[in-house]
Structures are given as structure tokens and as C-alpha cells.
Design a protein around this ligand. Structure first.
Ligand code: NAD
Length: 338
């Protein structure tokens, strides 16, 4: 049994804990920590964990009863437990984004390079979604020829929180496309541009410009547009269409019952993100557990992928100010991540 220390006990920690307790194999949570101690107590209670409550990140990471660390704390609180886990030579899974500044991402990459070993998996779970997996295999298998361009949709019925502001559209929503697009195309970004479309009068948040369109360009010339809104009203709608030299591959609408009702035939759409990537959350965590149990480096998104996402997101937020194209100056990929 892999013994996990959980840092941060909020919403996504509950998703992962429920999966570890009820669905996944080979792991148990033995230590938890949250700056808000009631959150730590609640997760232990809710899932009948036998876990101890740590009084600090240091105590949790360095406990002999912890083999690997899960970081589910607030965005700006990922870097400390990640660096502590790398120092302790323990596998670490961190929710996305890797960190909130490019400098912190660089520190994490530097720490792994210093140890000449990869310990970290970043929670870009879409890579584990069976449909995104099929998309990747289709592109890599050459079935649509070389990928030339793409269209993504990232729609949420209503803002995730009432403090969701213009930059959150990049840092919390588009960041998922940032990771998935460069993975699907197997290429690095050279530029990003964010533009504002006609504003949705149903958007109630004064600090949120909505909708937005983000365009990334890659080294080999491919261009992908992502349409982003937090006010679709009708539901959570994620699409990804890749157009190649000799065909198109795209994610399907999620299978739902076909309904025949008075005057219409239809199928329903989820209201929020909870269910769409349910399986992906389980598959990413099982993979992390299995690799850690085998004492092998994680196979999922790396610290480098986290750094690429952070830099691209920073440049996208910069483009929000001017709505002009911003060049992305990605350093050379270190050998450890090739
Ligand atoms: N992969 C995904 O699709 C996905 C979905 C939701 C959230 N997330 C990520 O998961 C993380 C947590 O999000 P959430 O929705 O669970 O938020 P949340 O606010 O529900 O929970 C965050 C928890 O972190 C705790 N915390 C804050 N600072 C801390 C610190 N320094 N040390 C330890 N604990 C600390 C808070 O007290 C809170 O309990 C975020 O980074 C978020 O971006 C990812």
C-alpha cells in the first residue's frame, strides 16, 4: 500500500480522496494537512480515514508514514510542498497550475534537475480522458495527416466562483487547453493572442470580460483557437477539433440518453464540470499511484509541462491588456524532460 500525505483538503481533495477510498487500488491516505484545520478534520471524518493530521507541511512530507505527496491546496500554495517532496525524494502529485509564477515553476524544474530525477506529476487530467487519448493516438498514428489547425471550446454555464475575474479565464480555464494543445500537436508555442468578442450582457461579474478568444501558434506553424466563456448559460461544453492534411478528428458530445419528448428529440448536457472528467481524475491518480509503487518516475504531465503552461498563461494574460500577439520565449527543454 502506497502511503499518501494530502496537502490541502478542499473541493478537489475530496474528489481525489473519494476516488482513492472507493475506486482506486494500492494507496491509502495516512497524513493530511490544511492551513484551515477544520478542513483537515472534515476530510478525515467524511471518508473515515485513519490518517493523522499534520501541524505543518514539513511534518507531513518528512513523515516516515508518507511515501508520496498529493498537493491539492490553493494555486499559490503548491510550490512549498512540491519543493519539500523533491528534497525528500518522494513522488509528488500537484494539482494544476504548477505554481502561480514562472519563477516558482523554474525553481521546481531546477530542483528536479539538481536531483537528476523526475518526481512530479501535474494534474492536467485531460491527458487521461479516454477521448483525448483517442485524439492523441489518431494524430500520432497519422490518420488525419499532419495537424494544421484546431478549434477548442471551453464553456462553463456560470462562473466557477464569484471572484472569477478576467485573468482567471486564462489561469483557471484556458490553462487546460494550453496543456492539451501542445501535447496533442507535439510542438512548442511561439505566440499567443487573446481577443475579446462582443460581451455577453448576461455576465453579472463586472471584473470578468466574457467571452474571450485565445489563439496560439506553434513552431511548425499550426494555429489553434479556443473560445472561452464562463456564461454559456446552457451547460459545461468542452470541444476539441483538430484539422489535419487529410481529415478532421474531434471530441464527441458526451453520450447521454436520446430523449423523445413533445415536439423534440434531444440529449442533455451537464451543468458543470464535475462529471465530464470523472474517469480522467481516476486514471491520472491510478497512474501516479502505480508508478510511485514501482519506484518509477511519473508518466503524466511533468514539471516542464507545468512551466510551459505557466509561461504561456503569463503571456496570454499580458495579451489580454493589449489584445495583441505576444511572443512566447520558451527556454530550451532540459535533457531531463526530453
Ligand atoms: N484539475 C482540475 O480540473 C481542477 C479542478 C478543481 C481544482 N483544481 C485545483 O486544485 C487546487 C485546489 O482547488 P479547490 O477547488 O479544491 O479549492 P478549495 O478552495 O476548495 O480548497 C483549497 C484548500 O487549500 C487550503 N489551503 C490554502 N492554503 C494552503 C496552504 N498553504 N497549505 C495547505 N492548505 C492550504 C484551503 O484551506 C482549502 O481547504 C487549485 O490549485 C485548483 O486550481 C484543479
Amino acid at each position: 500500500m502506497l502511503r499518501l500525505g494530502l496537502v490541502g483538503c478542499g473541493a478537489i481533495a475530496h474528489t481525489h480522496t473519494a476516488n482513492i477510498v472507493n475506486k482506486l487500488k494500492g494507496a491509502q491516505i495516512t497524513f493530511v494537512f490544511d492551513v484551515f484545520s477544520a478542513a483537515a478534520q472534515k476530510i478525515v471524518r467524511d471518508y473515515n480515514l485513519t490518517a493523522k493530521i499534520a501541524s505543518s507541511i514539513d511534518e507531513l512530507v518528512n513523515s516516515e508514514e508518507v511515501d508520496a505527496v498529493l498537493v491539492c491546496s490553493r494555486n499559490d500554495a503548491h510550490v512549498e510542498p512540491i519543493l519539500a517532496a523533491i528534497k525528500a525524494h518522494k513522488p509528488v502529485f500537484s494539482e494544476k497550475p504548477l505554481a502561480t509564477t514562472y519563477e516558482d515553476c523554474q525553481k521546481i524544474v531546477a530542483a528536479e534537475i539538481e536531483e537528476n530525477q523526475r518526481f512530479l506529476q501535474v494534474g492536467f487530467m485531460r491527458r487521461y480522458d479516454p477521448f483525448y487519448q483517442q485524439l492523441k493516438q489518431t494524430i500520432d498514428g497519422g490518420k488525419i495527416g499532419k495537424p494544421l489547425m484546431g478549434y477548442c471550446r471551453h464553456f462553463t454555464a456560470e462562473p466557477a466562483t464569484n471572484y472569477f475575474e478576467t485573468p482567471n479565464m486564462i489561469n483557471d480555464a484556458f490553462i487546460h487547453e494550453i496543456d492539451i494543445i501542445h501535447w496533442l500537436f507535439g510542438d512548442d508555442y511561439v505566440s499567443v493572442q487573446v481577443q475579446y468578442a462582443r460581451q455577453n450582457s448576461l455576465n453579472k461579474n463586472d471584473n470578468l470580460v466574457d467571452p474571450q478568444i485565445a489563439t496560439v501558434k506553434m513552431k511548425q506553424g499550426a494555429i489553434v483557437n479556443t473560445y472561452l466563456t464562463q456564461n454559456s448559460q446552457y451547460g459545461y461544453d468542452v470541444k476539441c477539433q483538430i484539422i489535419g492534411e487529410k481529415g478532421i478528428a474531434e471530441l464527441p458530445d458526451m453520450p447521454k440518453l436520446e430523449m423523445h419528448s413533445v415536439g423534440k428529440i434531444y440529449h442533455e448536457i451537464d451543468h458543470d464540470w464535475t462529471y465530464r472528467f470523472e474517469e480522467a481524475y481516476q486514471l491520472e491518480m491510478q497512474d501516479f499511484i502505480d508508478q510511485a509503487t514501482r519506484h518509477e518516475a511519473p508518466t503524466g504531465p511533468t514539471a516542464w509541462d507545468g512551466l510551459v503552461a505557466a509561461l504561456t498563461a503569463d503571456n496570454a494574460v499580458e495579451s489580454q491588456q493589449s489584445q495583441q500577439v505576444v511572443e512566447i520565449k520558451l527556454p530550451e527543454r532540459p535533457v531531463l524532460y526530453q
